[in-house]
Write a protein that binds this ligand. Structure first.
Ligand code: HEM
Length: 340
């Protein structure tokens, strides 16, 4: 069966699939990814659908970095998130390459491992423990999670095109909803309800902060440094700005692109999506190997991350237990400390 050609490496850091010496074999293997995807049911196979969409079909580093950068601008626009990311100017957002690589590595591990297995649970608990170093309201966690659920759908909407099919968008929502619940974040059951909550939240809490524009430039510059160096920087920024709506651009201090630029970028993204539907980006998993510059083959979700968090383990997680809202957990912890 053609599906047998879909190979899952344990650690996805080996050599990239190559077109040489047998490009036809490689082409067949890539096309097998599309066939496998078409055969899956998003209501039950949402983990595999998400893994194939992100790690195979649209696995280009360029695409994922652009998506992450715009999603990050959305975090920066929230009045309570920007100061936490800024960390008095010490935030790793200013060491952007590492920050982006580490984040995409963590996401890669989650796409690879899901949320149900002990190792996936350990990754989520460690991430939660890292976040306990900051005072973060539960709604902000929910908001960040909503970006992971919906940004890959919203950006093409802004550009007037569609990249993910409705069932892939559904799978992505279900996948991140389960990861979020394992983290302890309360997520609405229904996709439409969560999207509506996200949009309402943006209208309530988006605000220009003193830190916001500087953070947005740090992220934008990092993206351009990688993919649009030197004289092409303006092109990279145009792509990013066209992927954001005017409200977001105003909040993070970025100029609006022209209507013509939005149209051209929309056409480019439409062509990219059509091409990737025809030939997926990779026949082998690409979730980790594009972001492992710092770690090489020694990739471990219990070690990667900011230097200050190296020693933080899943067991250090203080607050939320599985399925518990972080706010309720914080209250419980406070009660415990008072009664001691
Ligand atoms: C479910 C929601 C969230 C997810 C999945 C998530 C994911 C991540 C990941 C993967 C990292 C590691 C990146 C690295 O190693 O540098 C990270 C670090 C971090 N996150 Fe989050 N995050 C979430 C919510 C938030 C929120 C709401 C805030 C701020 C209010 C926040 C602030 C931070 C900070 C400050 C770091 C440390 C990086 C540094 O040292 O600058 N996160 N997050």
């Amino acid at each position: 069966m053609s599906n047998a050609k879909i190979v899952d490496a344990d650690l996805e850091t080996g050599p990239r699939p190559r077109w040489w010496p047998n490009p036809f074999k490689e082409l067949k293997a890539r096309r097998a990814v599309s066939r496998r995807l078409a055969a899956l049911n998003p209501e039950t196979d949402y983990h595999e659908v998400s893994r194939l969409v992100v790690g195979r079909v649209f696995a280009d580093a360029f695409f994922n970095d652009a998506l992450f950068t715009v999603a990050y601008w959305r975090q920066i626009a929230v009045r309570t998130i920007a100061p936490v990311l800024h960390q008095n100017g010490r935030g790793k957002t200013y060491q952007t390459t590492k920050r982006v690589d580490d984040s995409l590595l963590f996401f890669g591990f989650l796409y690879r491992d899901g949320w149900r297995t002990p190792s996936a649970g350990a990754t989520i608990d460690r991430l939660a423990a890292i976040h306990e170093s900051f005072r973060i309201p539960p709604d902000d966690f929910r908001y960040t999670l909503s970006g992971l659920c919906f940004e890959a759908v919203r950006i093409p909407e802004i550009l007037g095109c569609q990249v993910l099919s409705d069932s892939e968008a559904r799978a992505l929502f279900l996948f991140w909803r389960e990861v979020g619940r394992r983290w302890g974040i309360e997520v609405p059951e229904e996709q439409a309800a969560f999207r509506a909550w996200m949009e309402h939240y943006e209208h309530t809490v988006y605000e220009r902060t003193p830190e916001g524009p500087g953070l947005a430039v740090a992220m934008g510059d990092n993206f351009c440094k990688r993919f649009f160096p030197g004289p092409f920087k303006w092109l990279g920024y145009t792509l990013l700005r066209c992927s954001a709506d005017d409200h977001l651009l105003d909040i993070v201090g970025q100029p609006h692109p022209s209507k013509a630029a939005r149209k051209v970028v929309g056409l480019f993204v439409r062509a990219y999506a059509a091409f990737r539907r025809w030939i997926p980006a990779s026949s082998g998993p690409q979730l980790l190997r594009q972001w492992n510059r710092e770690y090489g083959e020694a990739l471990d979700p219990l070690v990667i991350g900011p230097d200050w968090a190296r020693k933080i383990t899943p067991q250090d997680r203080r607050h939320a237990k599985v399925g518990q809202c972080p706010l309720a957990a914080a209250k419980e912890a406070l009660r415990e400390s008072v009664t001691k």
